[in-house]
Design a protein around this ligand. Structure first.
Ligand SMILES: *Cc1c(COP(=O)(O)O)cnc(C)c1O
Length: 364
């Protein structure tokens, strides 16, 4: 069976974890600091605050941007549920804006319509889905005009670029996840990046019980700190993520060439000014055909995945909050048509050749 994900753990990771174990300094310390600085530098941002996972990092990013009870925050419904849950953690109100059906990312035209209609939107939380950057130019123009805080959920987009600049560097606060399935991992881990020295200071208090110094707690804080053990794995992974991204991109280009003339599927679209890092290689296939195609792939030893088969506001918990179907038509359509194929860096030439051969032999 060809798997959809396969984390790579090698000698570098083992050596650094061993170093932490031998030091007996297992909680937050030198390795965490080194990881924070290295990952911030990699993304072209001044400060990084590591956290236990991407979800807590999203919560921190929103708090750092001053989001509080009753505030309006715009986001996309076509993402992992943690994106908009982080808005609810702050007792704020998620407002969903539809996606661009080509990129699967938030549609700036729809975003402006909503900004015109809804007064006092505090923040916009964008998601670089599957590893493809959002339309940053259009979104920054809107930020200037409507004066909201911008937060990037870059949990799937380590190393992705818009006009040769890495994602995570375009917003007031940006979030990455290092969960086991992401382009680089620590098992569980996350980070918030910011260029603002005050936000950095505030974020450091948030992850550490609201502590200003050893004895003084000045705000309601949390224990969201990363461990040295996890950071050690992250330090080793960061040294390799560019190699892995390059392999993902090579695999994706190979698929694009092989699939571009197949009429029953649509290959991923990449705007000219973007570097897509293919956390997922996601095709579209008609909703009536998808189930059959998934079965056909499985029968031939190929796993595939649906991200996401249901938009966030159609989840039972969100329905109970009063959100209704029909809100974002393109997102709902995408949810019924997307399918992700294995693209990870552990695939061999034999694997990718097989995937191509199997898919090209598919008869509707
Ligand atoms: C993975 C992911 C998260 C959450 O990260 P965790 O580390 O699993 O908490 C949030 N948003 C998106 C888009 C993700 O892919």
């Amino acid at each position: 069976m060809i798997d959809l994900v396969c984390p790579i753990i090698g000698e570098k990771e083992k050596r650094l974890v061993r170093e932490v174990l031998d030091s007996k300094l297992l909680a937050s310390g030198r390795h965490v600091t080194l990881f924070e600085q290295s990952f911030a530098k990699y993304s072209g941002v001044r400060f990084g605050i590591a956290s236990v996972n991407g979800t807590t990092a999203l919560h921190m990013a929103l708090l750092m941007c001053g989001i509080k009870s009753g505030d309006k925050v715009i986001t996309t419904p076509f993402s992992f549920i943690a994106t908009s849950n982080s808005i609810l953690f702050c007792m704020a109100k998620p407002i969903f804006v539809d996606i661009d059906p080509k990129t699967f990312n938030i549609n700036p035209v729809e975003l402006e319509k909503t900004l015109k209609k809804e007064k006092n939107v505090k923040a916009v939380l964008i998601v670089h889905l599957y590893g493809l950057p959002c339309d940053i130019d259009a979104i920054l123009k809107l930020k200037k005009k409507y004066k909201f805080k911008l937060i990037e959920d870059a949990c799937q987009a380590h190393g992705a670029e818009f006009k040769n600049r890495r994602v995570g560097s375009f917003s007031d606060a940006a979030v990455f996840s290092f969960y086991a399935t992401k382009n680089m991992t620590m098992g569980e881990g996350g980070i918030v990046l910011t260029n603002d020295v005050e936000l950095d200071k505030y974020g450091r208090q948030l992850i550490n019980h609201g502590k200003k110094d050893h004895l003084t707690h000045v705000i309601l804080g949390y224990n969201y700190r990363l461990t040295n053990l996890a950071a050690a794995i992250g330090i080793a992974q960061l040294k390799q993520v560019e190699d892995w991204n390059a392999r993902r991109i090579t695999n994706a280009i190979k698929y694009n060439k092989a699939f571009k003339d197949l009429s029953f599927l649509q290959i991923p679209y990449v705007p000219k000014n973007c570097r897509h890092v293919f956390h997922q290689y996601t095709i579209r296939i008609s909703s009536t055909d998808r189930k059959k195609f998934v079965k056909y792939l499985a029968k031939n030893g190929i796993k595939s995945g649906i991200y996401y088969s249901i938009v966030i506001y159609e989840q039972p918990f969100y329905k109970n909050l009063g959100y209704e179907s029909g809100l974002c038509k393109e997102a709902e359509k995408a949810a019924s048509e997307v399918l992700s194929l294995p693209v990870h860096p552990s695939l061999s030439k034999i694997d990718t050749d097989k995937i191509i051969k199997v898919i090209k032999s598919y008869k509707k």
